[in-house]
Design a protein around this ligand. Structure first.
Ligand code: 5GP
Length: 119
């Protein structure tokens, strides 16, 4: 399922409300509107990348920042010790809804073993 209007672009530009929990020069993170876990944060790059299929060599730095800040947010939210999961969906079979590269940061409860349970 694809949503044509870019909701995450609108969040980035403050055109629609969201609970932004972290922002710097490279990335923006905000609470997911429909959380699947007690902590469910969406982290996006401040430059538009549609999904993993559109990642270029020139994006390596920003991708590194996304991972670095994800771990920082996990610490800020106090889920680093208990554990958390990062998810990046790409296209239909993954269930990607929003055409804007993003990392889901999920934690705050036992999330199960995704490899054993969901494949
Ligand atoms: P995807 O399936 O594309 O990987 O994940 C999209 C995520 O964006 C979903 O978890 C969904 O709940 C979240 N989402 C969709 N619309 C909004 C919105 O308007 N605001 C926020 N904060 N999250 C949204």
């Amino acid at each position: 399922m694809y949503i044509k209007d870019n909701i995450f672009k609108k969040i980035l530009n403050n055109e629609i409300n969201s609970n932004i929990i972290y922002k710097n020069k490279y990335v923006t993170a905000f609470d997911d509107i429909n959380p699947k876990a007690p902590i469910h944060i969406i982290l996006i790059p401040n430059i538009y990348i549609k999904n993993m299929n559109y990642v270029k060599k020139s994006n390596i730095y920003i991708l590194g920042k996304m991972l670095l800040i994800s771990s920082k947010i996990a610490k800020l939210k106090n889920i680093d010790k208990s554990g958390y999961r990062l998810i990046i969906n790409c296209n239909k079979d993954s269930g990607q809804e929003i055409d804007y590269l993003h990392i889901h940061i999920l934690g705050g409860k036992f999330l199960g073993n995704i490899i054993c349970n969901n494949l």
